[in-house]
Ligand binder design. Structure first.
Ligand code: CO
Length: 158
């Protein structure tokens, strides 16, 4: 496994729509392992392909609970319920925070690293992370949706 560089605000890569993953091979597995390591090293709860310069529909979520690292390949949100409004940040926008309204509960259909389809549901932080990461695959960043953006000086993490 290896750390990958995190693409930061201002890079046009963050604004592009990703293509589907078609090959479920060792190259993908290495990418997934590297993305997990990069996310954990930055204390993130999610990371998406474009954030490591990969324009494919792949993202990870880890809310540090019993689900562990959730690998989402070619994910789609298939159901949502309710609403939550809260603070959100992003590894590509260090020190920036904003208030974003998201669904309270989200169900995602995605493929795993072997290409098998599955569904997973999450509430609260996990629902927020699913929405945030899948947005990245469509070139959407949280700052596009946020109100009250604040910038912390010299403090990148919560
Ligand atoms: Co992000």
């Amino acid at each position: 496994m290896a750390l990958r560089n995190i693409v930061k605000d201002g890079d046009p890569i963050l604004r592009k729509v990703c293509r589907p993953v078609e090959k479920f091979d060792e190259k993908l597995w290495t990418l997934l392992d590297d993305m997990a390591e990069t996310m954990h090293a930055a204390d993130g709860v999610g990371i998406a392909g474009p954030q490591v310069g990969i324009m494919r529909r792949v993202c990870l979520v880890d809310c540090y609970d019993e689900d562990g690292v959730i690998e989402l390949i070619n994910p789609k949100i298939v159901a949502t319920a309710g609403e939550q409004t809260g603070n959100e940040g992003c590894l590509s926008f260090p020190g920036k925070w904003g208030t974003v309204t998201r669904p309270l509960a989200v169900t995602v259909r995605a493929q795993d690293r072997n290409g098998e389809w599955f569904e997973i549901s999450g509430r609260e932080l996990k629902a927020r992370a699913f929405c945030h990461e899948i947005d990245h695959l469509n070139g959407v960043c949280f700052v596009d949706l946020a109100k009250d953006i604040s910038i912390e000086k010299g403090e990148e993490e919560e």
